[in-house]
Design a protein around this ligand. Structure first.
Ligand SMILES: C[S@@+](CC[C@H](N)C(=O)[O-])C[C@H]1O[C@@H](n2cnc3c(N)ncnc32)[C@H](O)[C@@H]1O
Length: 251
């Protein structure tokens, strides 16, 4: 999941990569964004991708810095949202680069802390912490381990209803959930076939505490089963899957 990986995704991004802004069915994301609104302040979208959040941020903050290390994604973001006069696009590697970035009062980091390597994730979070002013807030969205395991159970159930044996249904579901038992324990699970770091709620609480943030709120950003599966059966219904949405304050 380096810049080359993300650049390679650019062509199919809209089909392949989860769009949390569009998926926010209950409106919890927009409510949290409204609470963070600060028309005289600077916001930074750390790992902005193709810029789904930029129109929402541009209308809630004085200035928005959109950072990403993938030049091709940043080019799409610029092509789509370059007309927003208060958005500045910056190419920088948050895990390694020394490139100076403007400091921000509010940070956004949505599905960015997902690299399988802990050292990369910690480096990104450290950089975000440095970029924020003391007392600044961070909205972070991360994949939920609880939700991926729940989806795995539903997938096994689905395969049982299609006539597979219990053992076979579990085997199919395991294969779609994690590459190994070690990965399962690490919370490195498969999302779209890609090894992706997912978080237990308590684990994310620890991650933020260790990075010197205090968690202010935790929500589940619910999305539809069609984000998990192609043609999910209607009986899957509620409760739906979801990601963890945190707001944390820099201590
Ligand atoms: C799953 S996408 C999410 C994009 C966007 N935040 C969203 O929610 O739509 C992950 C993004 O993080 C960016 N990214 C990952 N690691 C990065 C790093 N070390 N420095 C800068 N950007 C990074 C990727 O290039 C990609 O655009």
């Amino acid at each position: 999941m380096d810049a080359a990986y993300w650049n390679a995704v650019a062509g199919d991004y809209d089909d392949e990569v989860f769009n949390s802004v569009a998926a926010d069915r209950s409106g919890v994301l927009r409510r949290r964004l409204d609470e963070l609104r600060a028309p005289n302040r600077v916001a930074c979208d750390f790992g902005c991708g193709v810029g789904h959040y930029l129109p929402l941020l541009a209308e809630r903050f004085k200035r928005v810095v959109a950072v990403d290390f993938a030049a091709d994604l940043l080019a799409v973001a610029r092509a789509r949202h370059g007309a927003l006069a208060n958005v500045q696009f910056v190419q920088a590697d948050l895990a390694r680069g020394r490139r100076a970035l403007p400091r921000a009062h509010v940070g956004f980091c949505t599905n960015v802390l997902i690299h399988p390597e802990p050292r990369v994730r910690r480096a990104i979070l450290r950089r975000i912490h440095r970029q924020l002013y003391r007392g600044g807030r961070l909205l972070a969205l991360v994949p939920s381990t609880e939700s991926v395991l729940y989806a795995g159970q539903r997938y096994a159930e689905w395969n049982r209803t299609l006539g597979h044996s219990e053992r076979e249904a579990l085997r199919m579901s395991m294969g779609a959930t994690a590459r190994s038992a070690a990965d399962l324990l690490r919370g490195v699970l498969l999302a779209g076939g890609e090894r992706t770091k997912c978080y237990l709620r308590e684990e994310a609480d620890l991650l933020f505490a260790e990075a010197d943030f205090s968690v202010v709120s935790t929500d589940k950003l619910e999305f539809g089963w069609d984000e998990e599966f192609e043609g999910p059966p209607r009986w899957m219904g509620r409760p739906p899957p979801g990601d963890w949405l945190f707001v944390a304050e820099k201590r």
